[in-house]
Design a protein around this ligand. Sequence first.
Ligand code: NDP
Length: 298
Amino acid sequence: MTDAKIIDGKAFSEKLVTQVAAEVEVFAKATGQVPGLAVVLVGENPASQVYVRNKSERTTAAGMRSIEHRLDCDTDEASLLALIETLNQDDMVDGILVQLPLPDQINADAVINAIRPDKDVDGFHVVNAGLLATGQESLVPCTPFGCLLLLRDQLGDLSGLHAVVVGRSNIVGKPMAQLLLGESCTVTIAHSRTKDVESLCQQADILVAAVGRPEMITDVHVKKGATVIDVGINRVPAPERGEGKFRLTGDVDFDAAAKKAGAITPVPGGVGPMTIACLLRNTLVAAARRHGVTIGKI
Ligand code: NDP
């Protein structure tokens, strides 16, 4: 049994999407058009196909326009860059997202940095990364932004809290650390070369796990009463469900960590739904900025 509060990312994300959909209507009245999100998928990675389908369905459900481009796995970089340029120029496209990972023949950084920064709804472009790092208005990467919204909802003012982020990727760990610094947390970033990750984590008021290692974070990493955010999505074999079956698990051993945490996100149903909700929000934000329409802050 646990006394930890389970942070319901699904319920929070539904509220956020409802708010986005209401603002889309305001945007449509002001401009006579709805925000458009172009999603580009190269190849047939099964997980990416599911993500792209979900993104398209949720975009449409929020009243926005979804434009899907599916390219063969042998598409070359020049062809993809040409498509990005077309989308950059298309006035009906407010947000552009290229589903990662890309096939080996394509340099992901070159593609991401070819997207117009003001349409870069993933927030991965170096311009957006730089704006975030310097505390300026930017498009913020969806997953860490979703984590931040959950943390603010749970804890209110984060100022002065010690946050430990385990993971330093460009898409989760680094922007997460920047966002927490922006909230005046004291931030420690741990990674695969960090010595004694365990004792660092034990000092955390806020512990964010973005490692990609199933259930690596356990009760020994958690300070009593800490807020634990599990970004991980790992598919692990689940023979108890039948031969060849899988289950989703996070980077946190939920049952163990929940014995000590004050609050904790589950997987699934924690950070995952927040990512798509923040993508929809970013698309609305990008459209509103381009058209000079004012929308509410969150
Ligand atoms: P990456 O593989 O890009 O980064 C993992 C990070 O973890 C690296 O910085 C790595 O360190 C660090 N790391 C690896 N092993 C250890 C270790 N033993 N101790 C400490 N640090 C370690 O992953 P992502 O950031 O892209 O994703 C992280 C997790 O989040 C994954 O499970 C992914 O599936 C999930 N994810 C979930 C999303 C969602 O919507 N909920 C969205 C995006 C990702 P180093 O840099 O030294 O190699």
